[in-house]
Each structure stands twice: as C-alpha cells, then as structure tokens.
Ligand binder design. Sequence first.
Ligand code: TA6
Length: 293
Amino acid sequence: MENSKIFSVLEQYKDNVKYEIEKKLLRIKSNHSYAEISLYGAQVVSFIPNDQSDLLWLSPLTELNQKKAIRGGIPICWPWFGKHPQNDELPQHGFARISQFALDTITNLPDGNINAQLSLVSTPASKQLFPYDFKLVVDITVGQQLKVSLTTHNTGSEPFAISEALHSYFSVNDISETHIKGLKNTTFFDQLKSKNMQDLSEAIIVTQEVDRIYQADKQALEIEQTSKPTIHITQENCHNVVVWNPWISKAQSMQDFPNNGYLNMLCIESANISPEINIAPQATHQISQTIFD
Ligand code: TA6
C-alpha cells in the first residue's frame, strides 16, 4: 500500500496517529495509552498504558526493516503455527508476519480509544504457499486495554484449514520472579519432551526452556510479578494457550535475540493449533486477545 494512501487514511487523525515511513510504523496515542503497530506483519510492537512501562517485549536486536519477522510484540502466526505441516521449507509460523498489510481504517472510538484495521488479501504469490482465496483482517483497539482480533474470511469456493496464534511477547522484570496463573489442572503438549503432560501447579515459574501448548479454553490468564503490576490476558475463541521462554541456549542461538533476553520476556500466546480450524467457503472465523494491567 503506497504511502499516499496511508496518509490519506491518517489525514484526519494527525493529532494522535503518526506514521513513520521507513519503519512502516504507526504511532498511536490514545487517551489512556500509547501503542506502535508495524504495517509489516500487522504487528503491535509496543503497548504502554499511561504512567506505566511497556507491557510488551521487543528485542533490541530486531530491525523494523521489513526483511524478516519482527522479534517481539505480537507476531501473527497464520495460516499455520510452527513448521508447515507438509513442507518445512515454508516459512515458520506462516507468512502473515512477513507480509505487508494494508491500512484500511483508523477510527476514534468513545472514551478516547483508537481502532486500527489492517488487512491482507490472497494473491497469486500467496497461493504458492496457501492455495486458497482469503482476506485476513487484523483489528487493533488501543485504550486502557489492548485488544487484537484476527479474522479469517474464506473468500473462495474451497474449504480450508488453518492453525493460528497471537504470539505475544510480554515484558517482565525478572523471569525468576514471574508467576503465570490460570492454567492449573490443564493438560499440555510439551514441545521439548514431545509428550502430553498435566499441569497441577498453582502457577508456572520458568526455570528452564519452556515450550508448551496447553489445551485451554481458559478465558483469563495472569502474569504476576513482585515488582510490577499484574498483566491480565483474556482470549476469545481460542482452544490453546502457548507458554514459551527460550532460556539460555535457545536465546544464544537466535541472532535477533539478546543472550540474556530470556530473563526479561515471556510468551503467552492465544492460539488454535490442535485441532486446526476448518473454514467453509464464504465463512468467517475470528479470535482475539486482550491485554491490560
Ligand atoms: O510459540 C513457541 C514457538 O513455536 C517456539 O517453538 C519457538 O520456535 C518460538 O515459537 C519462536 O519462533 P520464531 O519462528 O519466531 O523464532
């Protein structure tokens, strides 16, 4: 989407929405918070409630140059999560997070919230990766809370299946003093041990690499820390929650991730991974994640 179109959408909001061309970054100031959204990947990369620190973690080594997936914020994993089920040559976590989205609308909502709507539609190039007609809409509302909705429209005549995640990176002061609550008595698939397990703990405390896909229709999760307000996470229409921290060696293996970054971040992802989501021709499917402290 050329910059002139983006500026025409922004024209009437020049007071509280700025656009940084080089980084393709929207800077949004609502009455209650500040957020940054990359049009590349339709990815929120910062959410700062007034008088608070950023609730999201963004790697200091990631570059907003549209050359590779941004490490941090809320990457959108779509139309598959993780490795492609049949062809692991295809991009990890799908292609939405490495695609240029169009900015459709910016809207001032009641009580000073601001909504941005971005979209991605199928092209001959996308059909090389995912042979279907679709429109993917990312709806982001910035206010006292941050709400990200992901809507898949099947605009073709063939049914298709997807897996998906709002792969949110949260900022924590110290991972060793961070308790994840809301998943007690929930089964999970441990990606590292490749087996199903049951979580009986009141809270998850990360003391090693953690990569778990919970079977959880839990609507409310909490990231409790001793020295920061609790971060609350709710999700809609997701039957999985992913908890990930790379810990030491995985952190060292990622170019765009600081070696000690694992101490200050935690991924809590609202997802549909297993089972996949089947979407009939002309049907629509939506998930969302809401974050607040
Ligand atoms: O959500 C957890 C996970 O699937 C981990 O296995 C790890 O690969 C992480 O996503 C990050 O993936 P990325 O492709 O962004 O490096």
